[in-house]
Design a binder for this molecule. Structure first.
Ligand SMILES: *Cc1c(COP(=O)(O)O)cnc(C)c1O
Length: 217
């Protein structure tokens, strides 16, 4: 399955992130030995432990909700934070990036699904964030694009429309705020159940877990 997903992802010039949450380091090493370097985790503590015991050239993507007080733990090494949904969090990421003398790549997480969720921005909230002078003053973060999760449903057209919506948000933010920022180019969407639809709708980053590692207990 890995080779098949990887092949289709590469054909679309997208990046495959293997979501390894709950799975042991042995399973990660198996994919690592096949060439996989980008892995995703949704919990800070688990990412920290895996980062310490696995090869240092792994690129770790934080894809789950991030509490402000935990940013400092991953700031030295995290490759990208997909789940930014407040200016306060962004401010803290910038502060910890400064302390580590680096820049940290981030995505704005949007709430595009029908399911209730505390996480993810609306378009209006994102615009308010991006218009604030504080945002413009953050020099050690790079806002690289958007992230979203579709509704968990068998209705493929519904999922497709949510991905189209996220892509539309990306395009309008790109035009309005990032037209001179070539690094604002990522649309992180697509999981085990909907990765093919996501690729068709312009995903640049798939986050696939159970299809690669088996189901989580
Ligand atoms: C767990 C998770 C995934 C991967 O889910 P699968 O259905 O196992 O592929 C992707 N994105 C986020 C944000 C997740 O929490």
């Amino acid at each position: 399955m890995y080779k098949e997903i990887l092949h289709q992802t590469e054909q679309r010039k997208a990046l495959l992130i293997a979501v390894s949450k709950t799975h042991p380091v042995d399973s990660i090493l198996k994919l690592y030995n096949q060439g996989q370097r980008h892995f995703g985790e949704n919990r800070v503590q688990e990412m920290l432990e895996k980062h310490e015991s696995l090869p240092q050239d792994i690129q770790w993507h934080l894809i789950g909700h991030l509490q402000t007080n935990k940013v400092k733990l991953i700031a030295p090494f995290v490759a990208m934070i997909h789940s930014v949904d407040s200016l306060r969090l962004l401010e803290e990421i910038n502060k910890q990036a400064v302390k580590n003398n680096r820049s940290i790549d981030c995505l704005l997480q949007f709430h595009i699904a029908l399911e209730e969720s505390k996480f993810g921005l609306t378009e209006a909230e994102a615009i308010e964030l991006l218009e604030s002078p504080l945002f413009t003053s953050l020099r050690n973060i790079r806002m690289c694009g958007v992230m979203g999760m579709a509704t968990y449903t068998d209705d493929q057209e519904h999922v497709r429309n949510e991905f189209k919506h996220l892509r539309g948000l990306f395009e309008s933010l790109k035009t309005r705020f990032f037209s001179d920022k070539p690094y604002f180019k990522e649309i992180s969407m697509g999981m085990s159940g909907d990765w093919q639809i996501a690729l068709e709708e312009g995903s640049t980053m798939l986050r696939v877990g159970s299809l690669l590692f088996g189901s989580r207990s």
